[in-house]
Each structure stands twice: as structure tokens, then as C-alpha cells.
Design a protein around this ligand. Structure first.
Ligand SMILES: Nc1nc2c(ncn2[C@@H]2O[C@H](COP(=O)(O)OP(=O)(O)OP(=O)(O)O)[C@@H](O)[C@H]2O)c(=O)[nH]1
Ligand SMILES: [Mg+2]
Length: 177
């Protein structure tokens, strides 16, 4: 895990409301072990992850209100967009949907990978309900779009297979663009 400040490389953008689990997902993808974040991201969080022979640069932008205005500014530097939602945060799904559609409206081609996170919580919506709540059928046919149900539980345990699948897919998508 390392922090980078290269400007030229295109990044994999990691966005979504505060508390969705973006940082936890990134740390876990980086180490292949579940690693929960300890604090909300204040601003930006850049993480380099080795996949097979290449290195991928991920950029999380904090999901708290003051940081959301930066999301759209970074779209053009994005290779693909990972959008993370808390599947159990029913009340804020409409808000997540609003922001997601603003983002995809601003960029017609950026591939989209949605993480319906916190599937371990009892009240979590199933991915089919997340698909509907986020109106993912309106995303458009010209864009590559994928939806994964993910969960992170015990710190230090191996990442669940859906997370590994998502990581493999992201590597494949990044290699294609
Ligand atoms: N139960 C459960 N908790 C999770 C999961 N993923 C993350 N969390 C917890 O959710 C909280 C928020 O996680 P973060 O990774 O900080 O969320 P974030 O999206 O980076 O939030 P910001 O940086 O504020 O935008 C933390 O307490 C995590 O431990 C999950 O899959 N299941
Ligand atoms: Mg964070």
C-alpha cells in the first residue's frame, strides 16, 4: 500500500456517500485482507494497488457534503468509476441515486462498477433492490456497468470471493481502456 502523487496516470475513481465503505473497500482490495477504515476521509485518499503485473491507481474522494463538489471535477481523469453504497442505509439510497446519476450524466462513457456494500447487515437490501433503488437500468446501453454485492466483516480475514471477483473485473476493465 502506498500513496502516490503522479498527475498523468488516469485513476480509478472511488465515489459514494460518506460511510458507504469506500476506504474500507480500497484497503481490503489492496491487501486481500479485510481492513476497515478507522476514520472518514477528509478530502482525498490515493491508493496504489498491484494487480497481476500492473499497478493501478485508485482515488477516493470523501463522501461528506463538503467534498462532493469535487467529484465531478475528477471524472475526466477517471479510467472507470467505482460507486460504493451502504445497502442497509435505506433512507439515503435516493440521495446516492441522485449523485450517481449526476455523475453518469456528466460522462457518457465512463465504465461503472457499483459495490452494493454491507451485505452482511441484516437489513441490507439485496442487489436486485439496489439495482432498482439506484435506477441502474437507466444507466444506458453504451456504458459498461457492473453490480457486485459486497461485505467486509472480520478485520484480517480473507476478502470475500465477490470482492476478489470485483478486483479481477476492475483489472480487466482498466486494461481495456
Ligand atoms: N457491517 C459492515 N460495515 C462496513 C462495511 N464496509 C465498511 N463498513 C464500516 O462502515 C464505516 C464507514 O466506512 P468507510 O470505509 O470509512 O466509509 P467511506 O465511504 O470511506 O466514508 P467517507 O470517507 O466518510 O466518505 C466504518 O465503520 C466501516 O468499518 C461492510 O461491508 N459491512
Ligand atoms: Mg473514506
Amino acid at each position: 500500500l502506498s500513496f502516490v502523487s503522479q498527475e498523468k496516470n488516469k485513476q480509478i475513481l472511488v465515489l459514494g456517500l460518506d460511510g458507504a465503505g469506500k476506504t474500507s473497500v480500497l484497503y481490503s482490495l489492496a491487501s486481500n485482507r479485510v481492513q476497515h477504515s478507522e476514520a472518514p476521509t477528509q478530502g482525498f485518499n490515493a491508493v496504489c494497488i498491484d494487480i497481476e503485473d500492473s499497478q493501478m491507481e485508485f482515488l477516493e474522494i470523501g463522501g461528506s457534503e463538503p467534498f462532493r463538489s469535487y467529484w465531478e471535477m475528477y471524472l475526466s481523469r477517471g479510467l472507470l468509476l467505482i460507486f460504493v453504497v451502504d445497502s442497509a442505509d435505506h433512507n439515503r439510497l435516493p440521495e446516492a441515486k441522485k449523485y450517481l446519476h449526476k455523475l453518469i450524466g456528466a460522462n457518457p462513457i465512463l465504465p461503472l462498477v457499483v459495490f452494493a456494500n454491507k451485505q452482511d447487515l441484516e437489513t441490507a437490501y439485496h442487489i436486485t433492490d439496489i439495482h432498482e433503488a439506484l435506477a441502474l437500468s437507466d444507466v444506458g446501453n453504451d456504458r459498461k456497468m457492473f453490480l457486485f454485492g459486497t461485505h467486509l466483516t472480520q478485520n484480517g480475514s480473507e476478502i470475500p470471493s465477490t470482492m476478489q471477483d470485483a478486483k479481477d473485473l476492475i483489472a480487466q476493465l482498466a486494461a481495456e481502456v
